[in-house]
Design a protein around this ligand. Structure first.
Ligand SMILES: Cc1cc2nc3c(=O)[nH]c(=O)nc-3n(C[C@H](O)[C@H](O)[C@H](O)COP(=O)(O)O)c2cc1C
Length: 185
């Protein structure tokens, strides 16, 4: 298993980055290979469907996504949607997502935007046949401590998300493996 968490907020004081750190810690309990990519440290061009694919950050990012499973996206909710940086990431890396188990951790300003990542989920499902984890972590300001870390409730929910995503990735990999030859006694 090669879990990856991608932190999609570009805000220096991001809350969803705290969710990403928590998920990375949780994955590290089960896999030393767990990785965390923070888009604040990986500047990307806006996808133009052409030259932007040649940008130096795009290839390595696509390779990291291609090598990983499961993948969790930590996203800020902007205008009842995942932020533009999350969508841009998917536009730039496209087919690297094929067949991945993908889960979401969301930071929002209020309770009412809880369905905001569904458009991203739909796109990943329908374009790239991703298996979306049917358990999101959704956190608002009250769920974060002053240092940006998450409270116990969100830490527990993040552990549950990571556990479910890891279990699904293992089962999904086995389900897609070619059937082994029947044993002959
Ligand atoms: C441009 C913008 C749009 C936002 N739109 C929403 C929204 O539709 N629903 C919501 O609950 N919060 C909204 N918020 C609040 C953010 O989701 C909240 O600040 C969250 O912490 C952002 O994640 P981040 O701190 O990781 O960047 C918006 C914030 C910004 C800056």
């Amino acid at each position: 298993m090669n879990p990856l968490v991608i932190s999609c907020s570009l805000n220096p004081d991001s809350r969803s980055a705290g969710l990403a750190r928590q998920a990375h810690e949780s994955f590290r309990q089960v896999s030393n290979d767990a990785k965390l990519i923070d888009l604040r440290q990986t500047p990307l061009p806006i996808c133009d469907g052409g030259p932007s694919y040649q940008h130096g950050s795009v290839g390595p990012l696509a390779a990291a996504i291609s090598d990983a499973d499961p993948i969790l996206l930590a996203v800020p909710v902007y205008n009842y949607y995942g932020n533009a940086a999350a969508k841009n990431l998917i536009e730039l890396t496209g087919r690297a997502w094929t067949g991945k188990v993908v889960g979401f951790l969301c930071a929002a300003g209020g309770q009412g935007s809880y369905m905001s990542v569904m458009s991203l989920a739909n796109s990943l499902m329908l374009d790239f046949r991703c298996l979306i984890v049917p358990r999101f972590v959704y956190a608002t300001g009250e769920h974060f401590n002053e240092d940006g870390s998450v409270n116990d409730t969100i830490a527990r929910r993040t552990d549950e998300l990571c556990e479910t995503a890891a279990g699904l990735a293992e089962a999904w990999e086995q389900a897609q493996a070619p059937a082994g030859r029947a044993e002959v006694n």
